[in-house]
Design a binder for this molecule. Structure first.
Ligand code: ADP
Length: 289
């Protein structure tokens, strides 16, 4: 249940009396609750006592604000984040009442993602580092995608997997080969504002049937990263990709190079869960080294 110290902390911050607390299932990392006051106001809170939790919530709040500021897709409004004296880190935000995906949901979502990506920057990366799942993610800025992707995305995850003893010299050699090919493989495009962890658990459908982005690992990245992640576990509805491509067409050959972007997310999954992801990483490295 929601710890008393956190409940008191939130009531003070909101200057409200919480009369109903319901657990919200479905998260990978934190505990989550819907809070409701007697007047029917609702909030959503995520909490965790892990040492890095406060930092994770801070960067999640920054990411939601960054994506929300684009005004092309809804993100939950963040009210506050912090930590109670007894160590309960928390992130308090707007509760998104769930709705049904209407006929236009996927079309709207595809178009909105393309428009989000239309927010570009001079450099890949971002002003602050963040997390992908519970793993740190560096956003040190680079002018070139190949340098950013290799140095801030692929290599840190590979080195972590080597530290854990999952991979070794052979995989390092193969990754080096793949990284040398990135300039030729990835189309030259401007750094695009990306959600960064766009799988089906990281968006909601609100009460009026519109998409809402949650749980970002945001940075300015290659826009194909978001599409690649969306396709990693079966993909979204076809209408989503059609609307995306109508708004901002992809360069030819995306379907072939999609694995090159999925490699990052698979390495992250190796480091978080190991399992079958190890063989998927090996197959991609072998193919593209
Ligand atoms: P975790 O960071 O632990 O993976 P999530 O962000 O996925 O947690 O959230 C846990 C659950 O709460 C998921 O089922 C998600 O759909 C839901 N959820 C996340 N944000 C909100 C929100 N602002 N309003 C309502 N439900 C939310």
């Amino acid at each position: 249940m929601l710890p008393d110290s956190l409940r008191n902390h939130i009531e003070t911050k909101l200057n409200a009396c919480i009369s109903d607390v319901r657990p919200v299932a479905g998260g990978d990392i934190h505990r989550a609750y819907r809070l409701r006051s007697d007047e029917g106001k609702e909030w959503f809170v995520k909490t965790n006592t892990a040492p890095l939790a406060a930092a994770m919530f801070k960067t999640e709040a920054q990411g939601l604000a960054l994506l929300g500021a684009s005004r092309v897709i809804r993100t939950p409004k963040v009210f506050t984040h912090g930590c109670t004296d007894d160590g309960h880190a928390f992130l308090l935000m707007e509760f998104i009442s769930p709705g049904y995906k209407n006929r236009l949901f996927w079309e709207n979502f595809g178009r909105a993602l393309a428009n989000l990506h239309g927010n570009t920057s001079a450099q890949f990366g971002f002003a602050h580092d963040n997390f992908i799942g519970s793993l740190p993610q560096s956003n040190t800025r680079h002018v070139s995608w190949e340098a950013f992707y290799a140095e801030e995305r692929l290599w840190p995850q590979m080195l972590l997997a080597c530290e854990k003893g999952v991979f070794g010299k052979e995989e390092e050699r193969q990754l080096d080969g793949l990284c040398r090919r990135l300039t030729a493989l990835c189309p030259k495009e401007p750094p695009a504002l990306a959600h960064g962890d766009l799988w089906s658990g990281n968006f909601l459908c609100d009460a009026v049937g519109q998409p809402v982005l949650i749980d970002p690992a945001a940075s300015f990245a290659h826009r194909e990263m978001d599409l690649a992640m969306s396709k990693l576990f079966g993909g979204f509805d076809d209408t989503f990709y059609k609307a995306y491509a109508e708004t901002w067409p992809l360069e030819a050959g995306f379907e072939k190079r999609v694995e090159v972007y999925q490699l990052y997310y698979l390495l992250v999954h190796v480091n978080l869960f190991e399992g079958g992801y190890v063989e998927q990483v090996r197959a991609i490295l072998k193919k593209w080294a």
